[in-house]
Design a protein around this ligand. Structure first.
Ligand SMILES: [Zn+2]
Length: 144
């Protein structure tokens, strides 16, 4: 009887502890704001794999890791690093943050240039597309 009660309490405690893991994050703004993008995840994973590789080389140099184990583990980490790098390339992520910002600015500028060519009104202050009939710019708040 006591055993049964113990099992029940354990199961209930386990459900209570693990339930939040299975809850849908939809509709919870805080959770969505905290959620990582694919890019964040890949960059974090890349940092982990690189540091694992460094540790591995260190252990090998210190003679704490056999030749065969070292090569097997190194090949695994390098394969994962290559996979991460190719996925980062697919995401168009620039290695250099400045390059990424420059690209975003260039893309926005050409978008704006295309917009003005097609006769869309843009804000004289910030260049954002204007919604017809509005008295203020939605982006910078300038009175029009
Ligand atoms: Zn504006």
């Amino acid at each position: 009887m006591i055993f049964l009660a113990g099992v029940t309490v354990t199961v209930l405690a386990a459900i209570y502890v693990f339930m939040p893991l299975f809850r849908e994050p939809k509709g919870n703004i805080e959770v969505e704001l905290l959620a990582e993008t694919d890019l964040d995840r890949l960059l974090n994973r890349k940092a982990v794999v690189y540091s694992n590789l460094k540790d591995l080389e260190f252990e090998h140099k210190m003679g704490r890791l056999g030749e065969a184990d070292f090569h097997r583990l190194e090949a695994g980490f390098k394969a994962e690093a290559a996979e991460i790098l190719s996925r980062l390339d697919q995401l168009g992520a620039a290695e250099n943050l400045d390059d990424g910002i420059e690209q975003a600015i260039a893309a926005r500028k050409s978008q704006l240039a295309a917009g003005s060519k097609t006769g869309l009104a843009t804000c004289p202050s910030c260049g954002a597309d204007l919604v017809p009939g509005k008295q203020f710019c939605a982006d910078c708040g300038r009175r029009l």
